[in-house]
Design a protein around this ligand. Structure first.
Ligand code: SF4
Length: 287
């Protein structure tokens, strides 16, 4: 049953991650299969581009955990090769080719970093509460930097998010990312320092797409997150209260679009898989 609220009782906050909110926006049916259906419907096969992304993220996190005198480009390459995730590729040859490409990506990337410039967080969990939501998430890297547009405030935190996809990124991608804005807000709360700058570091190209938020733009993202969380909370409650399967699509409608070709649950979704047939697991890799 839905929990009743009584005067004086603390309001029940909706606990969520930016990923959960984004998934609701992308496709409520997929959201239901990911977070609510139990047992969870079987997923499609692992994807090579996800293996690539996870391997690179793990190697970069491991690199920052080394003693700083060991943080060389070669060490990043070794970490990448040792932790290589070999799933979703067409075969051993393709996997080996991408392992070498990824090794170059991380080595070239860290070659431009100062290994003594210790981040204040690596894969750091940040969290915050408002009157409506309890948000949490894991930030790839949190830097503390001085100068720039926040010179008047001294040092400020910077949210760094690693990207490994095939498409180049623009400042607009950083500006419009709700997840990055929420990380910035949560990081500022947790670490009690200003945090307005968000950056997408694209490993394949070495390019950085960045955005400097204002208090207003951060607040706008937060209000949007609260609105989405409200929708999720009502849908979750309907599901918990025994929504019959024949009414699932009223509350969790499918959003059919190009993303269906990569959906883990496409095999359970006739509309999505008919409109956008599933792609082969390695087809998300760059040519
Ligand atoms: S295939 Fe498309 S419409 Fe169906 S659940 Fe997945 S994302 Fe949603």
């Amino acid at each position: 049953m839905t929990q009743l609220g009584f005067e004086g009782m603390p309001k029940r906050l909706y606990p969520c991650t930016p990923h959960r909110l984004n998934l609701w926006v992308e496709c409520p049916r997929r959201y239901r299969m990911t977070y609510l259906d139990r047992p969870q419907p079987t997923k499609g096969p692992p994807r090579a581009h996800n293996s690539l992304g996870a391997s690179i993220h793990n190697a970069l996190a491991g690199w920052w955990r080394l003693p700083y005198e060991q943080r060389s480009p070669e060490a990043a390459g070794v970490l990448l090769a040792q932790g290589w995730i070999d799933e979703g590729f067409q075969g051993p040859e393709q996997s080996a080719k991408w392992r070498e490409r990824a090794r170059d990506m991380v080595a070239n990337y860290v070659a431009k970093l100062d290994p003594t410039d210790e981040p204040v967080g690596v894969e750091r969990v940040v969290a915050m509460r408002t009157d409506a939501v309890a948000l949490s998430g894991r930030v790839d890297r949190l830097d503390l930097r001085s100068g720039g547009e926040a010179e008047d405030e001294g040092e400020q935190l910077v949210v760094v998010d690693y990207k490994t996809g095939r498409h180049l990124l623009r400042p607009d991608d950083a500006r419009t990312s709700m997840a990055l804005a929420l990380y910035a807000l949560a990081a500022a709360r947790v670490m009690r320092r200003p945090c307005r700058r968000v950056e997408l570091h694209h490993l394949p190209s070495g390019e950085v797409a960045s955005w400097e938020h204002s208090d207003e733009t951060l607040l706008r993202h937060l209000r949007r997150a609260e609105d989405i969380a409200g929708e999720c909370g009502r849908a979750d409650a309907a599901f918990r209260d025994g929504l019959p399967p024949e009414r699932y699509d009223e509350v969790f409608p499918p959003h059919v679009g190009p993303g269906c070709a990569w959906c883990d649950f496409a095999q359970h979704c006739p509309e999505g898989s008919a409109a956008y047939p599933p792609r082969r697991p390695w087809e998300g890799l760059a040519p």
